[in-house]
Design a binder for this molecule. Structure first.
Ligand code: 16G
Ligand code: MG
Length: 540
């Protein structure tokens, strides 16, 4: 290894000392001012990771998703487009926290030695970034690390997070039987649009869809996709809104999926006309929330739980129609934040199994892989549907016994191409929702009628030390601090159909409390009481 080259390059990209850096659920994410050295060091780690995996390409995405414009983040993508393997998260944390340039170079060498990585073998890394201006300098830091370690590097410039995941998988599967697609942004648009046509099977989407793009990267990318789409074929008429990426300060400001989900209301601008169909993406286009504003009853939101139930019910029907019932296994993966009514609907009405995992896409994705079809969504709109290679093969090779079976098999096959298999993708998920609604002939209101959500409340609680709060049972219970869960249980018992849990946030210095109950006032009251318990146990 060229130790001197690494040290010299590192000196141009200092870390801000005294900050505890941790590779969390969303990689490293914080104020962009603190990230130059972090991006450099992530470059070193991705170079190691690529060489460890026989030179397969690693992806690096620079984004802070729904955070304010002044923040940024750096995240590593593994060769198949999934999240960085968990064990490597702690290597990333240690590498980024090395106190001096020399210790950094030493730790890099030590990792190579213990992991038996041949530093003279070829390595390759690709990068993408969202529209934040700070992304440009962070990419330079990353590129400097890759140059210092003689790692091949391609900068794909501005991308949505799911596009970077797509490209990573495409590069690593190119020329193999599992080739995922053309290695280009245009290849992504062509693949999605072609699969959208095939999935609709001649049906037409009705009603304009206005898409709030959070003034983030999803805006220009959605407009780009639409250039490849012929609306006369599909009926899909998209109005791209909140797509101002020239004024960085408006990113995620009073708009986007996170705003809609947490405020439980439509963005104030542009004002949705009563009855219009709307959806919102987040700042890096990996979250999706649908809604409309009813002239009588007001705002109604269809979140990740609703998208999961819609997809699961449609796919389960296609399974029956294709004669695949009992042959392949479908499962739905949720987190503790899923509304209890959605879980009940999947288990009792759709008769499908539900698995609960801790918060964070990687946990859901992992659990979904154990099904032939794994439908996973967080309530906040992150999610996708995974099809196993076996399932995809079956759709293609099963001999249909009737025209209806043939139709169902071809629809399933098209859906497997339409739905991003690497990570939740708001644009791909949106096309999936449009396909399903067109097949079912449903409006958003029909979709909303499938079940009624339990009223719920999410509260953020500032505590002295959030690390005191440790969970078990997929975050549904606290194991520590001792006594806290008992008090929560005693409190929940007093309400009808109620559930509540508390956990330390993985992205902020606070705890979160979720409560649901039979009525709005009970849910609010329960959330406040549990928040008070958490505060009491939370340290000075
Ligand atoms: C991150 C996660 C998201 C999760 C959220 C929870 C990914 C790509 N993102 O944004 O899935 O819902 O963290 O935040 O995994 P919290 O721990 O602060 O509640
Ligand atoms: Mg996001």
């Amino acid at each position: 290894m060229d130790r001197d080259a690494i040290i010299a390059a590192s000196k141009k990209h200092d870390i801000v000392s005294g900050k505890p850096y941790k590779y969390g659920t969303a990689g490293f994410r914080m104020s962009a001012d603190l990230l130059d050295g972090v991006a450099f060091r992530v470059g070193l780690l991705s170079a190691l990771r690529s060489r460890k995996l026989s030179g397969q390409t690693i992806g690096v995405m620079i984004t802070a998703s729904h955070n304010p414009a002044v923040d940024n983040g750096v995240k590593i993508v593994d060769p198949m487009g999934d999240m960085l393997e968990q064990e490597w998260e702690s290597y990333a944390t240690s590498l980024v926290n090395a106190p001096t340039h020399e210790e950094l170079a030493d730790y890099y060498q030590k990792l190579a030695d213990t992991l038996k990585i041949d530093l003279s073998s070829p390595g390759k890394v690709i990068a993408g970034r969202d529209t934040r201006p700070s992304g440009i300098t962070l990419v330079t830091a990353l590129a400097d690390a890759l140059a210092a370690t003689k790692t091949e590097y391609i900068d794909f410039k501005i991308l949505t997070t799911p596009q970077l995941h797509y490209l990573t998988r495409c590069i690593n599967t190119a020329g193999t039987p599992g080739a995922y697609g053309e290695v280009s942004e245009v290849g992504y648009y062509k693949k999605l649009v072609e699969a959208f046509y095939r999935s609709l099977r001649g049906r037409k989407v009705t009603g304009t869809l206005s898409v709030d793009c959070a003034n983030g990267v999803g805006g220009p990318k959605l407009s780009e996709l639409l250039k490849h789409h012929d609306s006369t074929k599909t009926g899909l008429d998209v109005k791209v809104c909140n797509d101002d990426v020239l004024r960085p300060e408006v990113l995620n400001l009073d708009c986007g999926a996170d705003f809609v989900k947490t405020r439980q209301r439509a963005p104030p601008s542009p004002k949705p006309a009563p009855g219009d169909r709307w959806c919102s993406l987040d700042g890096d286009a990996d979250r999706l929330i649908y809604y409309w504003v009813d002239p009588d009853t007001g705002f109604f939101m269809l979140d990740g739980d609703r998208i999961a139930t819609l997809a699961a019910s449609f796919i389960a029907d296609l399974f029956r129609n294709a004669g695949l019932d009992g042959q392949l296994r479908i499962g739905v993966i949720q987190t503790a934040y899923a509304n209890g009514a959605s879980t009940k609907y999947v288990e009792q009405h759709l008769q499908l199994p539900v698995v609960c995992t801790p918060t964070g896409v990687k946990h859901l994705h992992h659990a979904a892989c154990s099904y032939d079809i794994g439908v996973y969504f967080e309530a906040n709109g992150h999610g996708t549907v995974l099809f196993s290679p076996d399932a995809v093969q079956t759709f293609k090779t099963k001999e249909p016994q009737s025209p209806a079976q043939k139709d169902a098999l071809e629809t399933l096959s098209a859906l497997a191409d339409l739905i991003n298999q690497t990570v939740g993708d708001a644009i791909s998920d949106m096309l999936m929702v449009e396909v399903i609604l067109a097949h079912k002939g449903w409006s958003l209101r029909d979709w909303a009628m499938t079940y009624s959500d339990l009223p719920n409340r999410l509260v953020r609680v500032e505590v002295g030390n959030k690390d005191l709060f440790q969970t078990t049972d997929a975050e549904r219970k606290l194991s520590h601090p001792a006594g806290c869960q008992d008090e929560i249980d005693q409190c929940v018992k007093k309400y009808t159909n109620a559930r509540s849990f508390a956990r330390a946030s993985g992205t902020e210095n606070a705890c979160r409390v979720y409560a649901e109950a039979a009525t709005r006032s009970e849910a609010d009251e329960l959330a406040n009481k549990v928040a008070a318990i958490v505060k009491k146990y939370g340290g000075e």
